[in-house]
Ligand binder design. Structure first.
Ligand code: CAA
Length: 379
C-alpha cells in the first residue's frame, strides 16, 4: 500500500487548482445566476489538456491515468461544478467510449478533436421515459441498409447545445430488448437533428442541459459504435467509468465547501472569539473533514482499480454513492457554518449546496448505485 501521490499527480493537481482559482473563480457567481455556459474557460481547459486527459497521445490526448483525472476533477469542482461536468462528460463518457470501442476511422475523425477540446461531445442515453430504467429506449434507429434512420427525443443532455458530436443510444430491434440497442455518433449538423429546450436548473446552472430531437436523421452505418446490438453494453460500460468522474466532482464540491467553511470560521467572530474556537463549529469541521477523506479514498481506489485493469464497476458505484452523499451533507453544513452569509450568493456555499444535489441523480441515481453494488455483492 502506498498513499503517496507521485510527482506527476501532484503537478496535475497543482495545475488544476491554479486554473480553477485564476480562470474559473472570477465570474462563477454571475455564470450561475445567468445560466451562462463557461465557453472561454472550457476552451482554455481544452488547450491545457483537461478535456482529453486519459486519451492516448496518438489521438492528441494527455495519456494520463485515472488518478490524475480524479485529482483534477476535484480541484475544478471545488470552484465550478458547471465546468467540471463538461470536463467529466467529455473525458469519461465521450472520449473514453470512443477510444475503447470506436473504429480507427471514428477515432481519427472525432476523438482526435474531442481530446483537445477543439470540439466537445455529449452522451445521450436518458429519455423522457427512460432515466434509471435505461433499457426502455423509445428512440429508434431503423436499419436501412447503409444508414440508420434515427427518430426520438433525448432529455437532460449535458453539453446539449454546445457539443458538436453526440453519442446517441437507440433501439434498433425492440424484440431483442437491450440486446437490440445500438450506439451512434451523430454530428450536430445532420439533417433532422434539432436542439430543444434548455433546462432551467437548481444547480450546475452554467452547464448547458437540453432536450434533443431526432426526426428521420440519416446516420451512416460507419457511425455505429461496436457490433450490432452492442449499444446498451456500450452505455453501461462507459457509465461505469463516468461514475468515477462524478464521484470526483462530488468530492470537489464537498471539499470546496469545507475549505470555505474553515476559512470563514477563522475570520468570523461571535461571542468575542472566532467561531472556529467554538466546539459547535469544530465538531462540524471534524465531521466534514473525515467524510471528505473517506470519499477521497473511495474515489482514488476506484481510479486505481481502473488504472490497474481490475473491475471498477462496484468501486466506482461506491465512490459515487458515498461522495455524493458527503457533498450534500457537507454543503448543507458549510451553509450552516456561514449562518446568514451562507444564504447569500457572494459566499459561494449556497451555490455548492445547489450543485451538490445533481451528483446524487445523474450518471445513475444513488438508488441505482445501490443496485449496482448489491448485485455485485450477491453475485
Ligand atoms: N459493463 C458492460 N455491460 C454491462 C454493465 C457494465 N458495467 N452493466 C450491465 N451490463 C450488461 C449486462 O451484462 C446485461 O447484458 P446481457 O443481458 O447480455 O448479459 C445488460 O447490460 C443488461 O444489464 P441488466 O440486466 O443489469 O439491466 P437492467 O435493466 O437491470 O439495468 C441498471 C441495470 C444498472 C439499472 C441500468 O439500467 C442503469 O445503470 N441505469 C441508470 C442509467 C444511468 O446511469 N443514466 C445516466 C444517464 S447519462 C448522464 O447522466 C450523463 C450526464 O449528462 C452527466
Amino acid at each position: 500500500m502506498n498513499f503517496q501521490l507521485t510527482e506527476e499527480h501532484l503537478a496535475v493537481q497543482a495545475a488544476a487548482r491554479e486554473f480553477a482559482q485564476t480562470e474559473l473563480l472570477p465570474g462563477v457567481i454571475e455564470r450561475d445566476e445567468h445560466q451562462k455556459f463557461p465557453a472561454e474557460q472550457i476552451k482554455k481547459m481544452g488547450e491545457l489538456g483537461f478535456l482529453g486527459m486519459m486519451v492516448d497521445p496518438k489521438y492528441n490526448g494527455g495519456g494520463m491515468d485515472t488518478i490524475s483525472y480524479v485529482l483534477a476533477m476535484e480541484e475544478i469542482s471545488k470552484v465550478d461544478a458547471s465546468a467540471s461536468v463538461v470536463m467529466s462528460v467529455n473525458n469519461s463518457l465521450v472520449c473514453w467510449g470512443l477510444e475503447k470501442y470506436g473504429t480507427e476511422e471514428q477515432k481519427q475523425k472525432y476523438l482526435t478533436r474531442l481530446a483537445t477540446g477543439e470540439i466537445i461531445g455529449a452522451f445521450c442515453l436518458s429519455e423522457p421515459e427512460a432515466g434509471s430504467d435505461a433499457t426502455s429506449q423509445r428512440t429508434t434507429a431503423e436499419d436501412k441498409g447503409d444508414y440508420y434512420l434515427l427518430n426520438g427525443t433525448k432529455n437532460w443532455i449535458t453539453n446539449g447545445s454546445t457539443a458538436s458530436v453526440y453519442l446517441v443510444i437507440a433501439q434498433t430491434d425492440p424484440e431483442k430488448k437491450h440486446r437490440g440497442i445500438n450506439a451512434f455518433i451523430v454530428e450536430r449538423g445532420m439533417e433532422g437533428f434539432q436542439v430543444g429546450l434548455k433546462e432551467n436548473k437548481l444547480g450546475i446552472r452554467g452547464s448547458d442541459t437540453h432536450s434533443l430531437m431526432f426526426t428521420d436523421v440519416k446516420v451512416p452505418k460507419e457511425n455505429r459504435i461496436g457490433e450490432d446490438g452492442f449499444g446498451f453494453k456500450f452505455a453501461m460500460s462507459t457509465l461505469a467509468g463516468g461514475r468515477i468522474g462524478i464521484a470526483a466532482q462530488a468530492l470537489g464540491i464537498a471539499s470546496g465547501a469545507y475549505e470555505l467553511a474553515v476559512k470563514y470560521s477563522k475570520e468570523r467572530k461571535a461571542f468575542g472569539v472566532e467561531i472556529a474556537k467554538h466546539q459547535a463549529i469544530q465538531f462540524k469541521l471534524a465531521d466534514m473533514a473525515t467524510n471528505i477523506e473517506a470519499a477521497r479514498l473511495l474515489c482514488l481506489k476506484a481510479a486505481f482499480h481502473k488504472d490497474t485493469h481490475q473491475d471498477y464497476g462496484m468501486s466506482g458505484a461506491m465512490a459515487k454513492l458515498f461522495a455524493s452523499k458527503v457533498a450534500m451533507e457537507t454543503t448543507v453544513e458549510a451553509v450552516q457554518v456561514h449562518g446568514g452569509y451562507g444564504f447569500v450568493k457572494e459566499y459561494h456555499v449556497e451555490r455548492l449546496m445547489r450543485d451538490a444535489k445533481i451528483t446524487q441523480i445523474y450518471e445513475g441515481t444513488s438508488e441505482i448505485q445501490k443496485i449496482v453494488i448489491s448485485r455485485e455483492l450477491l453475485k
